[in-house]
Design a protein around this ligand. Sequence first.
Ligand code: JFZ
Length: 499
Amino acid sequence: MHNTIFAGHKTPLIKIRSIFFCLALFATIQFDAQAQNKENFRGRVTIPLKHGSDHPGKRTDEAMNRWRSHGLGQFIHWGMYSIPGGEWKGKTYTGASEWIRVWKEIPNADYDNLYKQFNPKGFDAKKWARMAKDMGAGYMVFTTKHHDGFCMWPSKYTDYTVANTPYKKDIVEQVVDAYTAEGIDVHLYFSVMDWNQGGWLYQAPKTDEERAKWEGFKEFTRNQIFELLDNYPQIKGLWFDGTWDNSWVSEYEFAHELEKEIRAKHPDIIIGSRFRPDEYGNRQCDANGDLIGDYDQSWERDIPTSIEQLHGNDWDCGMTVAENGWGYTKTPTSYVKTPYELISMISECNSMGGNFVLNFGPDGNGVMPTREVNIANEIGRWMKTNGEAVRGAEPVTDIRKQGWGFMTKKDGKIYLHVYNKPLNDVLRIEFGRKTYVPGAVKMLGGAPLKVTDAGRNKRNSRLFNIHLPAGVGAGGPFVIEMELIDNTGENDAYQQALT
Ligand code: JFZ
């Protein structure tokens, strides 16, 4: 697999393998303790791991490049928790609505029978897919099974599925087909933790009886994952969750084997960092600090403050509309973000190379809440004009961060995503030591802009003033496109004084 998908690492890996081989030989002749530390191709000292990262650094194959280029995705949490919508017998649960089953106010048996009412007459996968397309999403993640264990597809490994609801039909199939038809890639969310399956444990099994149950659960999990891959081969990724408990964390070997099996069956598949731990119980990153899986899933409802925090890894930011809660909530109990705030997160994540994945929680009838439809419309309006600064755009790493917003780049152009418009309508761009001069500059979806040379500052950085037309930004955040002309050849020493 290294030689095909991770071709970028081919040469160093081969080199390292031979270095390791020599080291191993030497260590065997000497004594074992010598083999504890070794240097990897990044020139760091690492400890040998059997179940650590399979590919330190980014995957650079076509499937991963496509994933990275999306910039914006849609998450959908839909399941039996969408029926109560965060309320039970007139009381409101302040936790995440998809976790309502753990609330003492609702007996498990009541929750586990909600499926008997599930008949979402308002569900129309094509309508959801059109909404996502209009919003500008390149991919989506759909909950096939959340922690409650309910399967939105007719799994043959449990009765707790959509097939046994009044609705009967396969939801996952409809979602996969409708989104794929719109050209939107589908990733499937799957919770390993399963509150409905008797075999699920929080702690590693201790008794023979527990061990037998747990082995059964592992097989069940494996079967369900392969069932999803068999049923929906067009999917592009698996978004795993519910993997933090000690029971699963101690299954590093099984989980690693399972991941390899999944990749053997579906070589392009994209799997995040949440699926499996290393043999020391490290999650997301292994004991050497290398990311496990293809992208960093730990930036959930969170955005790094600088690109350095990402250590060169791919990443996604799953974001909720209210602060806490992914499933449908009749009455949000925490702050609800505005479209403006969410749009700025698209720019912010993309300026650091991450995909922003906005969550939607349809109600028990399959209908998207109006506040979320409005958000999708507002984002779509912005993306229509400015989406080219998001799709396929990359972070700008050689121009310092500027106070007015965020930057991305593509095809020799930089995009200035403006969120803090200067009161004097003059937007200053400061290039770093590697100097550029602007070529054509225009508003995305608008007219060319006048640019004047503002000289250099003490750091010798070249400065340019972009003159904004009066009233720009009244309709929301905007993006300026600037062609860059490389100017590094110019003699840039203008001030000799030492300070
Ligand atoms: C999990 C779920 O529990 C939640 O209901 C939702 O599905 C979300 C997408 O994933 O919640 C988590 C999981 C991991 C972290 C935070 C919330 N984390 O690593 O910070």
